[in-house]
Design a protein around this ligand. Structure first.
Ligand SMILES: Nc1ncnc2c1ncn2[C@@H]1O[C@H](COP(=O)(O)OP(=O)(O)OP(=O)(O)O)[C@@H](O)[C@H]1O
Length: 296
């Protein structure tokens, strides 16, 4: 498998703050990655380092086999959409879409126009007059229509309403199927993007906590539902992530179950359902977590 990104022992310090702490990982070509983690975990810093916008304190980064810093060849194949994107004072959306093709070799103007219509973006209004969501939609359109071989979206949709967010997800999936590329998406709306993600990176306090195929990760926990006595008997000494119940019914989320354990649960009249990625990540990154990580 070809890697688009290779990171080795990457550290970034801001004075005493260690924003990224000795991180090593690779990102495979033509997959959609989720870069997830709590506030201040180091996601934006990591993306800034990867896109050559900041210097590493230690370690190495390779994009398409080369270091990204001041490397035009690498950067013209990379698109970084961030929530806080700034535009020249007098720019209107149409100016952004006129200049974007200068930077991105694969830019698709027709696709950009379709997205402008989808997002109902007023092309002639000054950018400083746009609503928060309209401003975000400019970034999302650039990120999609650039068709850069490597695209980073850092919380790209602040202010976008639910309809617009789903247009983004749908268009991304549709266009990715026709024009495969590597996408790294950072978001806190984990359940919304859950079906989009093929691989999940979770960073916590600067360190890489999870680097796993999304499907494998989802199978790391299961919710067992049924009569309280039967659920308790089945759960026994297993690691419990979450426990809910009402009346005689109980719902308990436990760390991964193998095939024979699943059969055992079903035979005991219990229902099994997969845990949501968001629930799992909340658990893995909440401060008291250690036992489940160790058992995974
Ligand atoms: N220029 C800077 N100077 C000092 N500390 C910084 C600087 N930039 C980031 N940090 C710190 O580094 C840590 C990581 O920040 P970063 O913005 O990468 O987090 P994040 O995961 O993107 O968070 P969020 O989800 O809230 O956007 C935080 O503790 C932040 O306060």
């Amino acid at each position: 498998m070809t890697s688009t990104i290779e990171v080795n022992n990457l550290t970034k310090r801001f004075g005493k703050v260690i924003a990224v702490n000795d991180v090593s990982f690779s990102v495979a070509e033509n997959k959609i990655y989720g870069l997830l983690g709590r506030n201040g975990a180091g996601k934006t810093t990591l993306m800034q380092l990867l896109t050559g916008q900041d210097f590493a304190s230690e370690g190495t980064i390779s994009l398409f086999g080369q270091a990204p810093v001041e490397n035009a060849k690498v950067l013209q194949n990379t698109c970084f959409i961030k929530e806080s994107q700034r535009y020249p004072e007098d720019f209107r959306p149409k100016d952004v879409f006129t200049t974007a093709p200068w930077f991105f070799a694969n830019w698709d103007q027709k696709f950009a126009e379709r997205l402008v219509a989808d997002f109902r973006l007023p092309l002639d209004r000054r950018i400083k007059k746009l609503s928060r969501g309209q401003l975000s939609s400019i970034g999302v359109i650039v990120g999609l229509a650039s068709r850069a071989p490597l695209t980073f979206f850092d919380e790209p949709y602040l202010g976008l309403d639910a309809v617009a967010r789903h247009i983004f997800y749908d268009r991304l999936l549709e266009d990715y199927a026709n024009h495969p590329r590597t996408v790294v998406l950072s978001t806190h709306l984990i359940d919304e993007v859950s079906n989009l993600l093929e691989h999940v990176l979770v960073i916590d306090e600067g360190a890489m906590l999870i680097n796993e195929d999304a499907e494998t990760l989802r199978n790391r926990a299961t919710t067992v539902v049924g009569m309280k006595t039967a659920v308790d008997a089945f759960v026994g000494e297993r690691t419990v992530l979450q426990r809910d119940g009402i009346g005689g019914l109980s719902s308990v989320t436990v760390a991964g179950l193998n095939e024979s354990e699943r059969r055992e649960a079903t035979a005991a009249g219990l229902e099994l359902s997969p845990v949501s990625l968001q629930q799992l990540i909340i658990h893995l990154t909440s401060t008291e977590t250690t036992e489940f990580e160790a058992s995974a």
